[in-house]
Design a protein around this ligand. Structure first.
Ligand code: 5HU
Length: 164
């Protein structure tokens, strides 16, 4: 299976869950190419595709490059998987963008995490549909089944679309 997977996770909004992102990205790589694998790196702001910018630089040109690259990747993705527990403006923006493009989307949320007591935004839960799923979990291994189901469904859709 060679799906193009866009993974979302907090960067500037806080790196508390960085190790978890790395684990989830590794699990997702079983199903295809994770376009945003830099989100699991120790310093995602120095990812290889940003190597033309000075180390540590966070100016407008770099932000424009991040925006262009990420929105292009999102538009080309077959599926979006977002870890939403650490609230992030960037992740929220990406989810709105994915929704507008009708991308199959899986939103992951850890309700028992200290930062998540207030619950997910209604703008995420309220979007639930056949292709917009919200999965609550505590440990990454609990997601194996959800990932399996997501990609099986994607395969079925791909196959039925290619038959006509
Ligand atoms: O350096 C970056 N690289 C990058 O790809 N992003 C994208 C991908 C993440 O899913 C999301 C994180 O947004 P934020 O930085 O607002 O937490 O934005 C965000 C930044 C920094 O805002």
């Amino acid at each position: 299976m060679t799906h193009r997977i866009y993974f979302c996770g907090s960067i500037r909004a806080g790196r508390q869950d960085a190790e978890l992102y790395q684990i989830l990205i590794k699990k997702l790589q079983k199903y295809g190419k994770v376009l945003t694998e830099h989100i699991g790196l120790n310093e995602p702001w120095n990812a290889p595709h940003l190597s033309g910018f000075t180390l540590g630089q966070e100016d407008l040109a770099k932000d424009k490059c991040i925006f262009k690259t990420d929105t292009d990747w999102l538009a080309s993705a077959d599926v979006v998987v977002a870890e939403c527990t650490q609230p992030s403006l960037g992740v929220g923006f990406e989810l709105g963008f994915a929704w507008k493009l009708n991308k199959p989307t899986l939103c992951l949320y850890r309700p028992l995490n200290g930062t998540g007591t207030a619950g997910l935004s209604a703008m995420i839960t309220g979007a639930a549909s056949d292709s917009w799923t919200i999965t609550h979990y505590n440990e990454p291994d609990e997601l194996d089944q959800a990932f399996e189901q997501l990609f099986q469904k994607l395969e079925l859709t791909k196959n039925s679309n290619s038959q006509c």
